[in-house]
Design a protein around this ligand. Structure first.
Ligand SMILES: [Zn+2]
Length: 239
């Protein structure tokens, strides 16, 4: 016999719809940052975002506050919200935190590995190689971050996953500001090697490869100025 639906399921309440809209804005801004469509220092006008997503300023403000709490947006008194410009100290802290948690994440992912999950990882690597072959830099940047998120999802550790999603978004801003070359931050080769270590259930190798990979990404960074561009939000955000 099928379970009766709980009385709370069914028609979404106004609060549910509000939460959905807030997460749509948050995810839209995150995706634009991960694909380097939104640059550090870009003004995030409440009215403009409200228009793009067809929501009230109150909801936009809530979404921006959430992003500010995650270090992705900075809110300046009387000036409004901007995409954060992480400092070089922030950059060091973010990569130090990643070096600390990602080896443990990969450990947990190996514990939870299954043929279906391994297949998903292989398909992800194929996607990265395909984007590389097409010369699709934007897709490659997005997929690079997604690889790390995917491994965290497979770890089944929701606290680490939450931390890492924030760290990946902040890394994306850091890489935009401080990378030395225009090449994508994560080489496909590194990710493929990590997947092979996961396949072999070799925790020591997977951990070492992950740490080495993060050290390499950080080593590619240096301080440079990024001139804020003047694109309209409507050109970079997709509702
Ligand atoms: Zn990577």
């Amino acid at each position: 016999m099928e379970a009766k639906p709980r009385p709370t399921s069914g028609t979404p309440t106004a609060a549910d719809r509000g939460r959905d809209r807030i997460s749509r804005i948050r995810e839209g801004v995150m995706a634009a940052i991960l694909e380097h469509r939104l640059l550090p220092g870009t003004k995030l006008g409440e009215d403009e975002i409200g228009e793009i997503y067809g929501v009230s300023r109150t909801l936009v403000r809530t979404a921006l506050l959430k992003l500010a709490h995650e270090g992705i947006v900075s809110i300046e008194k009387n000036r409004g919200a901007f995409v954060s410009r992480p400092s070089t100290d922030d950059a060091r802290e973010v990569f130090e935190a990643r070096r600390l948690i990602e080896p443990t994440i990969v450990d947990h992912a190996i514990d939870a590995m299954s043929p279906a999950r391994l297949d998903r990882l292989h398909r992800h690597i194929d996607g990265e190689r395909e984007a590389e072959r097409r010369g699709d830099a934007r897709a490659l940047i997005r997929l690079s971050g997604e690889f790390h998120r995917l491994v965290a999802e497979m770890s089944g550790h929701s606290v680490y996953l939450g931390f890492l999603q924030e760290l990946i978004a902040r890394s994306s801003l850091i890489i935009l500001l401080y990378r030395r070359h225009d090449t994508p931050p994560c080489g496909t080769g590194h990710h493929a090697e990590i997947v092979m270590a996961i396949r072999d259930l070799d925790k020591a190798r997977a951990r070492a490869l992950m740490i080495g990979h993060l050290v390499d990404i950080e080593a590619e960074l240096f301080l440079k100025d990024v001139v804020p561009d003047d694109r309209r939000l409507a050109d970079v955000l997709e509702a």
